[in-house]
Design a binder for this molecule. Structure first.
Ligand code: SF4
Ligand code: SF4
Length: 395
Protein backbone atom coordinates (compact mmCIF):
# COMPACT_ATOMS: atom_id res chain seq x y z
CA UNK A 1 0.00 0.00 0.00
CA UNK A 2 1.43 3.36 -0.97
CA UNK A 3 0.25 6.33 0.98
CA UNK A 4 1.98 9.67 0.39
CA UNK A 5 1.82 10.95 3.94
CA UNK A 6 2.20 14.70 4.29
CA UNK A 7 2.27 15.16 0.53
CA UNK A 8 -1.39 15.97 0.59
CA UNK A 9 -2.46 19.12 2.36
CA UNK A 10 -5.82 17.53 3.06
CA UNK A 11 -4.24 14.80 5.15
CA UNK A 12 -2.19 17.33 7.12
CA UNK A 13 -5.37 19.33 7.69
CA UNK A 14 -7.19 16.22 8.89
CA UNK A 15 -4.39 15.40 11.33
CA UNK A 16 -4.34 18.95 12.72
CA UNK A 17 -8.10 18.84 13.19
CA UNK A 18 -7.90 15.59 15.20
CA UNK A 19 -5.24 17.14 17.42
CA UNK A 20 -7.21 20.35 17.93
CA UNK A 21 -10.27 18.30 18.86
CA UNK A 22 -8.09 16.52 21.43
CA UNK A 23 -8.78 13.06 19.96
CA UNK A 24 -6.47 10.39 21.35
CA UNK A 25 -7.27 7.72 18.79
CA UNK A 26 -8.26 8.43 15.22
CA UNK A 27 -8.01 6.59 11.92
CA UNK A 28 -5.74 7.77 9.11
CA UNK A 29 -6.26 5.01 6.59
CA UNK A 30 -9.10 2.54 6.32
CA UNK A 31 -7.81 -0.87 5.22
CA UNK A 32 -10.78 -2.16 3.26
CA UNK A 33 -10.73 -5.80 2.17
CA UNK A 34 -13.86 -6.39 0.10
CA UNK A 35 -12.85 -10.02 -0.56
CA UNK A 36 -10.15 -12.54 0.35
CA UNK A 37 -10.06 -14.43 -2.95
CA UNK A 38 -6.86 -13.96 -4.98
CA UNK A 39 -5.52 -15.14 -8.35
CA UNK A 40 -2.06 -15.76 -6.84
CA UNK A 41 -0.90 -17.83 -3.89
CA UNK A 42 2.18 -16.10 -2.51
CA UNK A 43 4.18 -18.00 0.07
CA UNK A 44 4.26 -15.13 2.57
CA UNK A 45 0.54 -14.37 2.31
CA UNK A 46 -1.61 -14.63 5.41
CA UNK A 47 -4.84 -13.60 3.74
CA UNK A 48 -6.00 -16.35 1.44
CA UNK A 49 -5.98 -19.41 3.65
CA UNK A 50 -9.73 -19.61 4.12
CA UNK A 51 -12.33 -22.20 3.18
CA UNK A 52 -14.17 -21.57 -0.11
CA UNK A 53 -17.36 -20.46 1.62
CA UNK A 54 -15.35 -17.48 2.95
CA UNK A 55 -13.26 -16.90 -0.18
CA UNK A 56 -16.48 -16.66 -2.18
CA UNK A 57 -17.89 -13.84 0.00
CA UNK A 58 -17.76 -10.20 -1.13
CA UNK A 59 -18.54 -6.91 0.55
CA UNK A 60 -21.10 -5.05 -1.55
CA UNK A 61 -20.31 -1.60 -2.95
CA UNK A 62 -22.76 -0.07 -0.47
CA UNK A 63 -21.05 -1.85 2.45
CA UNK A 64 -17.69 -0.46 1.28
CA UNK A 65 -19.01 3.11 1.06
CA UNK A 66 -20.76 2.80 4.44
CA UNK A 67 -17.52 1.55 6.01
CA UNK A 68 -15.59 4.53 4.61
CA UNK A 69 -18.15 7.00 5.93
CA UNK A 70 -18.47 5.29 9.28
CA UNK A 71 -14.71 5.30 9.78
CA UNK A 72 -14.08 8.83 8.50
CA UNK A 73 -10.40 8.29 7.60
CA UNK A 74 -9.28 10.50 4.70
CA UNK A 75 -7.69 7.54 2.89
CA UNK A 76 -8.92 4.11 1.95
CA UNK A 77 -6.47 1.38 1.00
CA UNK A 78 -8.07 -1.58 -0.75
CA UNK A 79 -5.93 -4.68 -0.36
CA UNK A 80 -7.40 -8.18 -0.44
CA UNK A 81 -7.29 -10.80 -1.77
CA UNK A 82 -7.09 -9.32 -5.23
CA UNK A 83 -9.56 -6.41 -5.44
CA UNK A 84 -9.68 -6.49 -9.25
CA UNK A 85 -11.47 -9.87 -9.04
CA UNK A 86 -14.39 -8.11 -7.34
CA UNK A 87 -17.10 -7.53 -9.97
CA UNK A 88 -18.08 -4.15 -8.51
CA UNK A 89 -14.57 -2.81 -8.02
CA UNK A 90 -14.97 0.01 -10.55
CA UNK A 91 -18.15 1.15 -8.84
CA UNK A 92 -16.64 0.82 -5.36
CA UNK A 93 -13.66 3.01 -6.30
CA UNK A 94 -15.85 5.55 -8.12
CA UNK A 95 -18.08 5.90 -5.05
CA UNK A 96 -15.10 6.39 -2.74
CA UNK A 97 -13.56 9.02 -5.02
CA UNK A 98 -16.93 10.80 -5.18
CA UNK A 99 -16.81 10.89 -1.39
CA UNK A 100 -13.41 12.58 -1.73
CA UNK A 101 -11.45 9.72 -0.18
CA UNK A 102 -7.90 9.09 -1.35
CA UNK A 103 -7.98 5.55 -2.66
CA UNK A 104 -4.98 3.27 -2.87
CA UNK A 105 -6.04 0.22 -4.87
CA UNK A 106 -3.54 -2.54 -4.05
CA UNK A 107 -3.24 -5.10 -6.81
CA UNK A 108 -0.91 -7.81 -8.01
CA UNK A 109 -1.61 -6.29 -11.46
CA UNK A 110 -2.40 -9.55 -13.26
CA UNK A 111 -5.75 -8.07 -14.30
CA UNK A 112 -4.83 -4.40 -14.24
CA UNK A 113 -4.19 -3.76 -17.91
CA UNK A 114 -7.41 -5.53 -18.87
CA UNK A 115 -9.47 -3.62 -16.30
CA UNK A 116 -8.09 -0.09 -16.68
CA UNK A 117 -11.29 0.99 -18.45
CA UNK A 118 -13.18 0.51 -15.18
CA UNK A 119 -11.36 3.51 -13.69
CA UNK A 120 -10.78 7.17 -14.42
CA UNK A 121 -7.56 8.99 -13.56
CA UNK A 122 -8.09 11.22 -10.53
CA UNK A 123 -5.86 12.92 -7.96
CA UNK A 124 -7.76 10.79 -5.45
CA UNK A 125 -6.83 7.45 -7.01
CA UNK A 126 -3.52 5.54 -6.87
CA UNK A 127 -2.79 2.05 -8.03
CA UNK A 128 -0.42 0.38 -5.62
CA UNK A 129 1.11 -2.56 -7.45
CA UNK A 130 2.50 -5.48 -5.49
CA UNK A 131 6.13 -5.80 -6.62
CA UNK A 132 8.40 -7.47 -4.11
CA UNK A 133 11.67 -7.14 -6.04
CA UNK A 134 13.24 -7.53 -9.45
CA UNK A 135 12.08 -10.24 -11.87
CA UNK A 136 13.55 -13.40 -10.33
CA UNK A 137 12.87 -12.33 -6.79
CA UNK A 138 9.28 -11.21 -7.43
CA UNK A 139 8.29 -14.25 -9.45
CA UNK A 140 9.65 -16.47 -6.70
CA UNK A 141 7.84 -14.47 -3.97
CA UNK A 142 4.52 -14.84 -5.79
CA UNK A 143 5.23 -18.46 -6.79
CA UNK A 144 4.55 -17.86 -10.49
CA UNK A 145 6.77 -17.03 -13.43
CA UNK A 146 5.97 -14.08 -15.65
CA UNK A 147 4.14 -12.06 -13.00
CA UNK A 148 6.89 -9.43 -12.80
CA UNK A 149 6.75 -8.76 -16.56
CA UNK A 150 2.97 -8.54 -16.47
CA UNK A 151 3.05 -6.16 -13.52
CA UNK A 152 5.62 -3.89 -15.16
CA UNK A 153 3.67 -3.85 -18.42
CA UNK A 154 0.47 -2.95 -16.50
CA UNK A 155 2.29 -0.17 -14.61
CA UNK A 156 3.48 1.34 -17.89
CA UNK A 157 0.01 1.06 -19.44
CA UNK A 158 -1.64 2.67 -16.40
CA UNK A 159 0.89 5.51 -16.34
CA UNK A 160 0.42 6.09 -20.07
CA UNK A 161 -3.32 6.46 -19.42
CA UNK A 162 -2.68 9.16 -16.80
CA UNK A 163 -3.09 7.11 -13.61
CA UNK A 164 -0.89 7.57 -10.54
CA UNK A 165 0.96 4.34 -9.85
CA UNK A 166 3.11 3.27 -6.91
CA UNK A 167 4.55 -0.08 -6.02
CA UNK A 168 4.60 -1.83 -2.70
CA UNK A 169 7.13 -4.39 -1.54
CA UNK A 170 6.98 -6.75 1.37
CA UNK A 171 10.49 -7.46 2.55
CA UNK A 172 11.45 -10.91 3.82
CA UNK A 173 14.64 -12.38 5.24
CA UNK A 174 17.13 -13.38 2.54
CA UNK A 175 16.52 -10.32 0.37
CA UNK A 176 19.93 -8.62 0.39
CA UNK A 177 20.41 -4.87 0.79
CA UNK A 178 22.17 -4.75 -2.61
CA UNK A 179 19.22 -6.43 -4.38
CA UNK A 180 16.75 -4.12 -2.65
CA UNK A 181 18.85 -1.10 -3.69
CA UNK A 182 18.82 -2.32 -7.32
CA UNK A 183 15.08 -2.78 -7.09
CA UNK A 184 14.70 0.79 -5.78
CA UNK A 185 16.85 2.10 -8.65
CA UNK A 186 14.51 0.25 -11.00
CA UNK A 187 11.39 1.86 -9.44
CA UNK A 188 13.03 5.28 -9.97
CA UNK A 189 13.61 4.45 -13.66
CA UNK A 190 10.02 3.29 -13.90
CA UNK A 191 8.91 6.61 -12.42
CA UNK A 192 6.87 5.18 -9.55
CA UNK A 193 6.84 5.81 -5.81
CA UNK A 194 7.50 2.86 -3.53
CA UNK A 195 6.34 1.69 -0.13
CA UNK A 196 8.10 -1.09 1.75
CA UNK A 197 7.14 -3.01 4.81
CA UNK A 198 8.82 -5.91 6.57
CA UNK A 199 6.62 -8.98 6.16
CA UNK A 200 4.45 -9.74 9.17
CA UNK A 201 4.84 -13.30 10.43
CA UNK A 202 1.29 -14.45 9.71
CA UNK A 203 0.67 -17.69 11.56
CA UNK A 204 -1.12 -19.03 8.44
CA UNK A 205 1.45 -18.08 5.80
CA UNK A 206 2.80 -21.19 4.04
CA UNK A 207 6.44 -20.04 4.40
CA UNK A 208 7.20 -19.48 8.09
CA UNK A 209 10.98 -19.40 7.79
CA UNK A 210 11.67 -16.12 6.09
CA UNK A 211 10.08 -13.49 8.29
CA UNK A 212 12.47 -10.86 9.59
CA UNK A 213 12.88 -10.16 13.30
CA UNK A 214 13.22 -6.54 14.44
CA UNK A 215 16.99 -6.65 14.81
CA UNK A 216 17.49 -7.98 11.29
CA UNK A 217 14.91 -5.57 9.87
CA UNK A 218 16.70 -2.52 11.28
CA UNK A 219 20.11 -3.69 10.09
CA UNK A 220 18.76 -4.46 6.62
CA UNK A 221 17.06 -1.08 6.22
CA UNK A 222 20.17 0.74 7.46
CA UNK A 223 22.20 -1.08 4.81
CA UNK A 224 19.64 -0.25 2.13
CA UNK A 225 19.48 3.44 3.08
CA UNK A 226 23.28 3.62 3.19
CA UNK A 227 23.34 2.36 -0.42
CA UNK A 228 20.73 4.98 -1.32
CA UNK A 229 22.69 8.03 -0.15
CA UNK A 230 22.56 10.67 -2.88
CA UNK A 231 19.91 8.79 -4.85
CA UNK A 232 16.41 10.06 -5.36
CA UNK A 233 14.33 7.04 -4.36
CA UNK A 234 10.73 8.09 -4.06
CA UNK A 235 9.38 6.54 -0.85
CA UNK A 236 5.69 6.79 -0.09
CA UNK A 237 6.40 6.99 3.63
CA UNK A 238 7.02 9.70 6.13
CA UNK A 239 10.72 10.28 6.89
CA UNK A 240 10.20 9.31 10.52
CA UNK A 241 8.74 5.93 9.55
CA UNK A 242 11.87 5.24 7.48
CA UNK A 243 13.96 6.41 10.43
CA UNK A 244 12.05 3.93 12.58
CA UNK A 245 12.75 1.09 10.12
CA UNK A 246 16.45 1.94 10.37
CA UNK A 247 16.36 1.62 14.15
CA UNK A 248 16.69 5.31 14.97
CA UNK A 249 13.28 5.66 16.59
CA UNK A 250 11.54 3.34 19.00
CA UNK A 251 7.83 3.70 18.48
CA UNK A 252 4.79 2.09 20.07
CA UNK A 253 2.32 0.66 17.61
CA UNK A 254 -0.97 2.55 17.06
CA UNK A 255 -3.18 -0.06 15.43
CA UNK A 256 -6.29 2.15 15.43
CA UNK A 257 -4.52 4.44 12.92
CA UNK A 258 -5.20 1.96 10.11
CA UNK A 259 -8.34 0.03 11.07
CA UNK A 260 -9.38 -2.93 8.94
CA UNK A 261 -12.85 -3.74 7.65
CA UNK A 262 -13.50 -6.97 5.76
CA UNK A 263 -16.26 -9.48 5.02
CA UNK A 264 -16.32 -10.46 8.72
CA UNK A 265 -16.77 -6.92 10.06
CA UNK A 266 -14.28 -4.58 11.78
CA UNK A 267 -11.19 -6.57 12.65
CA UNK A 268 -9.57 -6.46 16.12
CA UNK A 269 -6.98 -5.04 16.57
CA UNK A 270 -5.40 -4.44 13.13
CA UNK A 271 -5.07 -5.51 9.51
CA UNK A 272 -2.48 -8.16 10.43
CA UNK A 273 -4.13 -9.82 13.42
CA UNK A 274 -7.69 -11.15 13.39
CA UNK A 275 -8.61 -11.57 17.06
CA UNK A 276 -12.30 -10.81 16.92
CA UNK A 277 -14.70 -8.67 14.92
CA UNK A 278 -17.25 -5.98 15.62
CA UNK A 279 -20.28 -4.82 13.66
CA UNK A 280 -19.49 -1.11 13.79
CA UNK A 281 -16.38 1.07 13.74
CA UNK A 282 -17.45 2.71 17.01
CA UNK A 283 -17.71 -0.68 18.66
CA UNK A 284 -14.20 -1.53 17.39
CA UNK A 285 -12.79 1.67 18.88
CA UNK A 286 -14.70 1.35 22.16
CA UNK A 287 -14.36 -2.35 22.89
CA UNK A 288 -10.83 -3.25 21.72
CA UNK A 289 -8.40 -3.43 24.60
CA UNK A 290 -5.78 -1.43 22.69
CA UNK A 291 -3.30 -1.41 25.57
CA UNK A 292 -2.84 -5.17 25.29
CA UNK A 293 -1.42 -4.99 21.74
CA UNK A 294 1.94 -3.87 20.37
CA UNK A 295 5.56 -4.88 20.71
CA UNK A 296 6.42 -5.68 24.33
CA UNK A 297 2.76 -6.25 25.18
CA UNK A 298 1.76 -9.24 23.07
CA UNK A 299 3.83 -12.12 21.76
CA UNK A 300 2.34 -11.94 18.25
CA UNK A 301 3.48 -8.30 18.00
CA UNK A 302 7.09 -8.99 19.03
CA UNK A 303 8.67 -8.66 15.57
CA UNK A 304 6.16 -6.38 13.90
CA UNK A 305 7.42 -3.18 12.27
CA UNK A 306 4.68 -2.99 9.67
CA UNK A 307 3.43 0.32 8.29
CA UNK A 308 -0.14 -0.27 9.48
CA UNK A 309 0.93 -0.12 13.12
CA UNK A 310 3.81 2.31 13.00
CA UNK A 311 3.17 4.81 10.18
CA UNK A 312 0.38 6.40 12.28
CA UNK A 313 2.85 6.69 15.17
CA UNK A 314 5.40 8.33 12.89
CA UNK A 315 2.71 10.73 11.65
CA UNK A 316 1.86 11.66 15.25
CA UNK A 317 5.55 12.10 16.08
CA UNK A 318 6.00 14.44 13.10
CA UNK A 319 3.08 16.57 14.25
CA UNK A 320 4.45 16.68 17.80
CA UNK A 321 7.97 17.45 16.64
CA UNK A 322 8.00 18.99 13.15
CA UNK A 323 11.62 20.13 13.48
CA UNK A 324 12.79 16.57 14.03
CA UNK A 325 10.75 15.42 11.02
CA UNK A 326 12.27 18.22 8.94
CA UNK A 327 15.76 17.31 10.11
CA UNK A 328 15.34 13.71 8.94
CA UNK A 329 13.86 14.93 5.64
CA UNK A 330 16.85 17.21 5.03
CA UNK A 331 19.66 15.02 6.37
CA UNK A 332 18.26 11.64 5.37
CA UNK A 333 18.00 8.58 7.58
CA UNK A 334 20.94 7.93 9.92
CA UNK A 335 22.65 4.68 8.91
CA UNK A 336 25.44 4.52 11.49
CA UNK A 337 25.90 4.81 15.22
CA UNK A 338 23.90 3.36 18.09
CA UNK A 339 20.26 2.44 17.53
CA UNK A 340 17.37 3.51 19.76
CA UNK A 341 16.90 1.05 22.65
CA UNK A 342 14.76 -2.01 21.86
CA UNK A 343 11.41 -2.48 23.56
CA UNK A 344 11.58 -4.95 26.47
CA UNK A 345 9.78 -8.18 25.55
CA UNK A 346 10.00 -9.83 28.96
CA UNK A 347 6.47 -8.84 30.04
CA UNK A 348 4.58 -9.54 26.83
CA UNK A 349 1.46 -11.67 27.20
CA UNK A 350 1.51 -15.04 25.43
CA UNK A 351 -0.05 -15.45 21.99
CA UNK A 352 -3.65 -16.58 21.81
CA UNK A 353 -4.54 -18.75 18.86
CA UNK A 354 -8.09 -17.76 18.04
CA UNK A 355 -7.97 -17.93 14.25
CA UNK A 356 -9.62 -21.35 13.83
CA UNK A 357 -12.41 -20.61 16.29
CA UNK A 358 -13.03 -17.21 14.63
CA UNK A 359 -13.20 -18.87 11.19
CA UNK A 360 -15.60 -21.50 12.56
CA UNK A 361 -17.81 -18.75 14.01
CA UNK A 362 -17.83 -16.87 10.68
CA UNK A 363 -18.56 -20.07 8.76
CA UNK A 364 -21.46 -20.89 11.03
CA UNK A 365 -22.81 -17.30 10.60
CA UNK A 366 -22.48 -17.65 6.83
CA UNK A 367 -24.32 -20.97 6.87
CA UNK A 368 -27.10 -19.52 9.04
CA UNK A 369 -27.43 -16.56 6.65
CA UNK A 370 -27.51 -18.89 3.66
CA UNK A 371 -30.11 -21.14 5.33
CA UNK A 372 -32.26 -18.09 6.21
CA UNK A 373 -31.98 -16.79 2.61
CA UNK A 374 -32.91 -20.23 1.23
CA UNK A 375 -35.89 -20.50 3.61
CA UNK A 376 -37.05 -17.01 2.57
CA UNK A 377 -36.75 -17.93 -1.09
CA UNK A 378 -38.67 -21.20 -0.54
CA UNK A 379 -41.40 -19.36 1.40
CA UNK A 380 -41.72 -16.75 -1.39
CA UNK A 381 -41.93 -19.54 -4.00
CA UNK A 382 -44.58 -21.38 -1.95
CA UNK A 383 -46.59 -18.16 -1.50
CA UNK A 384 -46.44 -17.52 -5.25
CA UNK A 385 -47.56 -21.08 -6.01
CA UNK A 386 -50.40 -20.77 -3.49
CA UNK A 387 -51.49 -17.44 -4.99
CA UNK A 388 -51.42 -18.96 -8.47
CA UNK A 389 -53.44 -22.00 -7.24
CA UNK A 390 -56.10 -19.84 -5.57
CA UNK A 391 -56.29 -17.62 -8.68
CA UNK A 392 -56.93 -20.65 -10.89
CA UNK A 393 -59.55 -22.01 -8.39
CA UNK A 394 -61.31 -18.62 -8.43
CA UNK A 395 -61.28 -18.64 -12.23
S1 SF4 B 1 -1.12 -11.16 -4.37
FE1 SF4 B 1 -1.41 -10.40 -2.28
S2 SF4 B 1 -3.38 -11.28 -1.59
FE2 SF4 B 1 -2.73 -12.41 -3.44
S3 SF4 B 1 -1.66 -14.20 -2.61
FE3 SF4 B 1 -0.11 -12.61 -3.04
S4 SF4 B 1 0.12 -11.50 -1.08
FE4 SF4 B 1 -1.79 -12.69 -0.95
S1 SF4 C 1 2.35 -4.50 16.56
FE1 SF4 C 1 0.47 -3.41 16.09
S2 SF4 C 1 0.26 -3.52 13.85
FE2 SF4 C 1 1.75 -5.06 14.47
S3 SF4 C 1 0.52 -6.93 14.72
FE3 SF4 C 1 0.65 -5.95 16.73
S4 SF4 C 1 -1.20 -4.69 16.88
FE4 SF4 C 1 -0.92 -5.20 14.71
Amino acid sequence: MAIPFFKEIKIGGYLMKQKLLGRKRYPLVLMLEPLFRCNLACVGCGKIDYPNAILNRRMSAQECWDAAEECGAPMVAIPGGEPLIHKEIGEIVRGLVERKKFVSLCTNALLLEKKLDLFEPSPYLFFSVHLDGLKDHHDKAVSQEGVFDKAVSAIKAAKARGFSVNVNATIFDGHSAEEIAKYLDFTTELGVGVSMSPGYAYERAPDQEHFLNRKKTKKLFRDVFALGKGKKWNFMHSGLFLDFLAGNQEYECKPWGMPARNIFGWQKPCYLLGEGYTKTFKELMDTTDWDTYGTGKYEKCADCMAHCGYEPTAADAALANPLKAMWVAIRGVKTEGPMAPEIDLSKQRPAQYVFSSEVQKRLSDIRKEEAAAAAEKAAAKAAKAEAAASASTAA
